[in-house]
Unconditional design. Structure first.
Length: 113
């Protein structure tokens, strides 16, 4: 989605909240960094379960506080959640607690984890 959005120069603001266990697990990190340099409306926010001493970003799971901080207009935002079914369900709960309308949430379960 981020590549399509960047390549077609769509004007919408996109924030990707991307959770991984460690820095070594961040798939497509270089590509995301390149897209951000080309597209001023794209922000990639990383969070790690295991942030080392050099890590300057978020640690822990994506949660309500992180959403409020990184997506200030979250009540007007459409969320696309993609990941293992348990993570998708947890994110739905977080968004429901934040009072994000159900019509503003799209999901895709990635099985096989």
């Amino acid at each position: 989605m981020c590549r399509y959005y960047t390549d077609t120069e769509l004007p919408s603001v996109v924030t990707l909240l991307y959770a991984n266990n460690s820095e070594a697990d961040i798939v497509f990190r270089n590509e995301f960094e390149a897209m951000q340099s080309r597209n001023r409306n794209l922000r990639v926010v990383l969070t790690l379960a295991e942030g080392g001493s050099e890590w300057k970003g978020h640690t822990g799971r994506i949660n309500a506080d992180m959403i409020r901080e990184e997506v200030p207009d979250y009540l007007k935002t459409v969320f696309y959640i993609c990941g293992p079914p348990a993570m998708v369900d947890a994110m739905r709960t977080v968004l429901k607690d934040l009072r994000v309308a159900e019509k503003g949430v799209r999901t895709e379960d990635l099985t096989g984890y």
